[in-house]
Write a protein that binds this ligand. Structure first.
Ligand code: BGC
Length: 380
């Protein structure tokens, strides 16, 4: 009965709005005249209401401001396994990020690949302890940490990566919620510099309606153990600002809304091997038209934030290494200014891989990119 509970809830909601249909009729509960019927199961992960989000609390606003200028520890823990994409989280990166002046680190994690495929979907305790120790090191540096769930491929309906755990499609959502139950329990006593982000770049199978429901259930799970922790939720279409209009926030004040911005995409993702077809090289940045293009999603986000009374955080932006460095530096500084002038704090994508602000082989920052993010010099 557990697995059909969400169907029952949806039918009950539908019944409240429209006349009962034959399809929903079975969801109305047991009848004493029909001894074959079982009583309806309690919904194990009920969604929070999302009909009247109240606007952000002072705590959510303080966390959004505290995130300030940050960096993603990308290609590390969100690879199928740590190291599979050539990078491991190292103390060196923790120290370097803090001493350079970043105020936050977003930590993408592929929890789904460290979790049993079947019920009760236990997260590998060694992996949980490892993530916990990294979060601890970052917090000990005084950094804010955005701890997310990244690349649960099947949840989006995407083809799993080689080495991904295979999951029964009927169990994807229950597993997602149970993973959050465990993360929330584990990190419940961490202080207010730790922010949870429910899911990176929902898309595909996660339509707006589906994601609004699932996010409301996930926040309900988190709130059982973390009643006031600040949580981040982003819209569908890969956290695109254009999809903010379809986002229904749960009725909760301790929220930040997150968007990603890789515009102009033909510049930032030229030559990126994971984009199909691979985009041609040689695109420079940033003409007046390109500057408008990079700022437009942020303007959409600023207007949404003002109208809805929640802060917005730009969780990812960056230009891949196949673009020329002069253009990358210029783009990075322009994006930073475009966000900050709109009151939007940010996390650069990313530390030490193909977009990296840090060169892991030379053990130094790429000074142009670092200064574009943190320096005070004008746009080059
Ligand atoms: C993905 C990365 C990708 C980046 C830029 C991120 O959200 O997780 O794998 O490199 O976007 O495309």
């Amino acid at each position: 009965m557990r697995s059909i509970a969400p169907t029952i809830v949806r039918c009950i909601l539908a019944l409240a709005l429209v006349a009962a249909t034959a399809r929903c009729g079975k969801a109305q509960g047991p009848s004493s005249l029909d001894p074959g019927n079982e009583p309806p199961a309690a919904d194990p992960f009920p969604p929070m209401a999302n009909d009247h989000a109240p606007g952000a609390s002072a705590a959510a606003r303080a966390a959004a401001a505290g995130l300030a200028r940050g960096v993603n520890f990308g290609n590390m823990l969100e690879a199928p396994s740590e190291g599979a994409w050539g990078l491991w989280v190292r103390d060196e990166y923790v120290d370097a990020a803090a001493s350079a002046g970043f105020k936050s680190v977003r930590l993408p994690v592929r929890w789904s690949n460290h979790t049993a495929p079947g019920s009760p979907y236990g997260v590998d305790p060694a992996f949980m302890a490892h993530v916990d120790s990294i979060v601890g090191k970052l917090l000990d540096k005084g950094l804010y940490v955005v701890l997310n769930m990244h690349h649960y491929r099947a949840l989006d309906g995407d083809t799993p990566d080689a080495g991904d755990v295979t999951v029964d499609p009927a169990k994807l959502d229950e597993r997602f919620l149970t993973i959050w139950q465990q993360i929330a329990q584990r990190f419940r006593d961490r202080g207010d510099h730790l922010v949870f982000e429910l899911y990176n770049e929902p898309h595909g199978r996660l339509t707006a309606a589906k994601w609004n429901d699932l996010a409301a259930r996930a926040l309900g799970v988190v709130r059982k153990t973390n009643p006031t922790r600040v949580v981040m939720i982003g819209p569908v279409s890969w956290n695109s600002a254009d999809a903010l209009a379809s986002l229904r926030l749960p009725n909760d004040a301790n929220l930040i809304v997150t968007v990603h911005n890789y515009s102009p995409f033909n510049f930032t993702h030229q030559g990126a091997e994971w984009v199909s077809p691979v985009l041609p090289l040689g695109v420079t940045c940033c003409s007046a038209a390109q500057q408008n293009e990079l700022a437009a999603p942020l303007e959409t986000a600023r207007k949404w934030a003002a109208a809805n009374d929640y802060p917005v955080y730009l969780g990812e932006f960056g230009a891949y290494q196949k673009a020329d460095m002069t253009s990358r530096v210029r783009f990075t500084r322009l994006m930073r200014d475009a966000a900050e002038s709109r009151g939007i704090t940010w996390g650069y994508w990313e530390m030490a891989a193909g977009f990296g602000v840090y060169d892991p082989a030379a053990h130094t920052f790429r000074v142009g990119l670092r200064d574009a993010l943190l320096g005070s010099q004008p746009v080059p």
